[in-house]
Ligand binder design. Structure first.
Ligand SMILES: [Zn+2]
Length: 309
């Protein structure tokens, strides 16, 4: 039977509910993972847009994946960016990012083509030929790592798995789910790190991993309904999946919220670096320069008189 050890210093139970990420590890199996459930923050992010259901759904999955990956950043100030770009898909661009527990995201897509598209709304139907880029920016060390893989497979979860196997050679299991009403999304990521978190020189790489096969088999039993059930606590879910393991270490939960870093002063600074004549060309008919934040669907109007020169 598993010993569930929690790093919560106070010994309080892991908080219930939504908008949380929890890290865990199975030390005896050299596996680690993250589990995430999103609720109110999905509504907050989606309410800034008027996305048809299939677009809201793929963005909800992408935000869940972003939270899973972001929760792996070692440094609090680090940033994780997920970007899916296509050559001629219905979705042209999908961007999400994570910084310090804050998530944001948006989708640029062709509304008319989506309306005309037949019932198929899988990854290929929405994206066509596309690429998935994942960028880890570690704050303190300034370390930046970006991997890009073709956006292939039946789902975003499958594309993420192939990202880890192709780009990082880490065997990974990814499951993402959104409930029928689109109000709750959940996901789990489990990875095999036989050389430990930091990685040692791989003198020999074993191609068969019986430990990992076992962990992946357990992880695969997770159901979409479990990932999105707000009444099922995340640590209870981990217990269900891995209770036969020797030890499951559970980390302090990370609270997730909607956040955007758009800011009038910053935007004014960016526009202020253009030459006055270039700024004059940006002015619209009503005499204002408008800079939009696509994450928040918010306009920042600036007057030429806002600039000193
Ligand atoms: Zn914004």
């Amino acid at each position: 039977m598993a010993a569930m050890t929690s790093s919560t210093a106070t010994g309080r139970p892991v908080a219930p509910g939504l908008d949380l990420a929890i890290g865990f590890s199975l030390p005896a199996r050299s596996a680690r993972g993250r589990v995430v459930r999103l609720g109110p923050l999905l509504g907050e992010i989606l309410s800034a847009h008027d996305y048809p259901a299939p677009i809201a759904r793929i963005l909800s999955e992408a935000l869940t994946l972003t939270a899973l990956l972001g929760a792996m950043l070692k440094e609090a100030g680090g940033q994780l960016t997920l970007q899916a770009q296509t050559e001629s898909g219905i979705v042209d661009l999908l961007v999400c990012d994570y910084k310090g527990g804050e998530l944001r995201g948006y989708v640029r897509f062709d509304r008319e083509r989506l309306a005309e598209a037949p019932g198929r709304r899988d990854l290929k139907a929405l994206f066509g030929k596309g690429y998935l880029a994942i960028t880890f920016d570690q704050a303190g060390s300034g370390e930046r790592y970006q991997g890009i893989v073709p956006l292939e497979g039946a789902s975003l979860a499958a594309a993420a798995e192939s990202y880890f196997s192709q780009s990082e050679q880490i065997p990974s299991l990814v499951r993402l789910a959104v409930d029928d009403g689109g109000r709750v999304a959940g996901g789990i990521l489990v990875q095999h790190l036989p050389e430990g978190e930091e990685g040692r020189d791989r003198i020999h790489t074993r191609l068969d991993h019986p430990e990992w096969d076992h962990v992946a088999a357990l992880g695969q039993t997770v159901k979409a309904a479990e990932l999105t059930d707000p009444a099922l606590l995340l640590d209870t879910l981990l217990w269900r999946l891995f209770h036969e393991e020797e030890e499951v270490r559970v980390m302090e939960p990370i609270a997730l919220l909607k956040g955007c870093r758009c800011d009038l002063d910053h935007i004014r600074g960016v526009i202020g670096r253009f030459a006055p004549e270039e700024r004059a060309e940006m002015v619209e008919a009503d005499g204002l320069i408008r800079v939009a934040c696509e994450f928040c669907s918010r306009d920042f109007p600036l007057a030429l008189s806002d600039f000193a020169d």
